[in-house]
Design a protein around this ligand. Structure first.
Ligand code: MV4
Length: 501
């Protein structure tokens, strides 16, 4: 067993505070690291100590391995929690921690590296007999090979970067004419974005559900799942709302997918908390998509329905302790939903809305959790992800959860920056959403219903004006054609022409 007495959280924002809260509960000291722009950030104040790690741009601070390890060494931290994003799935960082004798709270560098390479992840799953999206064997080198696959599988197909993930470097190809140009573009994009131009192709699964399973495994061979999370409400690969249980799920499908997720984790020797992402098509056929070797943004909905603190479990596993519960002891109780609150303007193409928080009041009450980090007077930095907080709501049923979420969103008042709160309210009022009848095309399919009330109102007003004008023109035309119409006599001219403007 490795005693952990002090954890450095190599992250910022809400997740840094969230991790530090669990550390505090466990009697573990906390170390914050901060950049120039984060001098006034809440995680700096919350931690027992704080270390400056560099300038605001992430590469000079939160992505700078040496600066972070310097802070770990100087603070005497015996473990590092990477949160999500930044270095959380960086195998080199995990290796450097190990080399410094610092416990990296997460899976081994080998597993991080293997799951970070989407082709080797697929190969590992195929070997374990886990269904993967039909695709090419290994890296696509020759364009002819891609054409052969696409002809065999049938269009549309998706080209993806082996070093990508999360939708980065993906392209949808509808026919042969598009294939070669798309391959070349994807290859140069992948090289630029990831320094690795390896590509692969998959059959496109139309309007899939994006369902993921939470995994937890210790270093003593115990692996279990903590059920699913439905993540199909996404905009440009950015999740907006997640919920558990999934409206699509049946007990039988849940058991099969859960067993598959556990087998996937065992197949790669996973330890700690991880997530298996699946695509599920409209025949409820499911396919392994990716494995995330980090804690996910949306983990709180799983915590709420199972009662398990996933960060606490990560730390206990990192200490080398066996899991203290079995699969049979885990149940989903009620229904939880997360809305991500972004400082973005949904009525202006979701452009980030920087600025100072002048007022904020957050909802509270039974079944309501807000994981945030902003406060009145706080200036939201432009350097990082614009997520302000996560609103996690629980209810005894999906209906109760939605009505409670509506109430919570109504209470959520943030002034000084534009936020996605109003957009989330519109989703809560969308019939397809409230009926649980949605997949990853939801945002696209419900554009009209999701337009801002302002935009809707403007559009409606325009419609009213246009309708009135058309009505006027029709009446005028009938009048002009009618017999009783007598043109106004003008003593200077025979008739007066009516000039239509
Ligand atoms: C797919 C797919 C359909 N067919 N792959 C990959 C990264 C993940 N975040 C989304 N990914 C997808 N991969 C195949 N073969 C559908 C998705 C997908 C998606 C794609 C485009 C736009 C939004 C999406 C939301 C969820 C899943």
């Amino acid at each position: 067993m490795k005693q952990i007495r002090k954890v450095l959280v190599a992250n910022r924002g809400e997740i840094a505070i969230r991790v530090m809260r669990t550390c505090r509960e466990m009697g573990i000291a906390t170390v914050a690291v901060y950049s120039e722009a984060d001098r006034t950030s809440l995680h700096v104040r919350y931690a027992d100590e704080a270390w400056y790690i560099g300038k605001s741009p992430s590469p000079e601070s939160y992505l700078h391995i040496d600066h972070i390890l310097d802070a770990a060494r100087k603070s005497g931290a015996d473990a590092i929690h990477p949160g999500y994003g930044f270095l959380s799935e960086n195998a080199v960082f995990a290796e450097r921690c190990a080399a410094e004798g610092i416990t990296f709270i997460g899976p081994s560098p080998e597993v991080i590296r293997q799951m970070g390479d989407k082709i080797s992840a697929r190969e590992a799953m195929k070997r374990a007999g886990i269904p993967v999206v039909p695709g090419t064997e290994g890296v696509v080198v020759e364009e002819q090979e891609a054409l052969d696959f696409a002809r065999e599988a049938g269009f549309p197909v998706m080209v993806k970067a082996a070093a990508g993930g999360g939708g980065k470097g993906m392209r949808l190809i509808h026919n042969e004419e598009e294939l070669y140009p798309a391959l070349r573009a994807a290859r140069s994009e992948a090289l630029a974005a990831f320094g690795d131009d390896a590509l692969y192709l998959e059959k496109f699964i139309t309007t899939p559900h994006h369902i993921e399973f939470q995994i937890l495994a210790d270093e003593h061979g115990h692996t279990l799942h903590l059920f699913e999370r439905e993540c199909s409400i996404q905009r440009r690969h950015q999740k907006m709302i997640e919920e558990t249980p999934s409206p699509l799920m049946t007990p039988e499908l849940r058991a099969r997918m859960g067993e598959t997720a556990v087998r996937a984790a065992q197949a790669v020797g996973y330890t700690g908390a991880g997530t298996i992402e699946f695509l599920v098509d409209d025949t409820l056929q499911y396919y392994f998509l990716e494995m995330n070797t980090r804690l996910q943004v949306e983990h709180p909905i799983t915590e709420r329905v199972t009662g398990v603190d996933l960060v606490k479990q990560q730390i206990l596993v990192a200490m080398g302790l066996p899991l203290s519960f079995t699969q049979e002891e885990l149940f989903q109780r009620g229904h939880a939903m997360e809305c991500r609150i972004y400082a973005e303007d949904p009525d202006n193409n979701f452009l980030p809305s920087a600025g100072k928080i002048s007022r904020i009041t957050e909802p509270t009450g039974l079944g309501i959790r807000t994981d945030g980090y902003v406060y009145e007077g706080y200036e939201i930095p432009i350097f990082y992800d614009p997520m302000i907080s996560k609103l996690i709501v629980w209810g005894s049923s999906r209906e109760e959860t939605i009505s409670r979420m509506k109430r919570a969103l109504y209470e959520y008042k943030i002034t000084g920056v534009k936020t996605s709160v109003r957009f989330l309210e519109r989703i809560m009022n969308c019939p397809d959403f409230t009926a649980g009848n949605y997949d990853t095309s939801f945002i696209e399919k419900n554009k009209a219903c999701l337009e801002s009330s302002e935009t809707c109102r403007n559009a409606c007003e325009d419609m009213v004006i246009i309708a009135a004008y058309i009505d006027y023109r029709e009446k005028l035309g009938r009048l002009l054609e009618s017999k009783e119409f007598q043109p106004v006599q003008n003593r200077w001219k025979k008739t007066t022409h009516i000039h239509h403007f």
